[in-house]
Design a protein around this ligand. Sequence first.
Ligand code: ZN
Length: 67
Amino acid sequence: MEIEKCFKLTKKFLHCPRCGCSRVGNRAGGLVVGDFTFDRWCKCGWKVHIDIREDSRWEDEEKTDIV
Ligand SMILES: [Zn+2]
């Protein structure tokens, strides 16, 4: 995956929308980036799977980041 897309996805989904946890590893959650896929999951049970060929959520800009 292109680093720019990977970065956007990571930034967008780093924090779990359910519990706010951003921890990855030690069974607290996980993050896996493939050539076309992005998986992020959390210990609370939340998870997201994105295939950038079919899902355009990575294109969403975080409006709140604009200063
Ligand atoms: Zn969570």
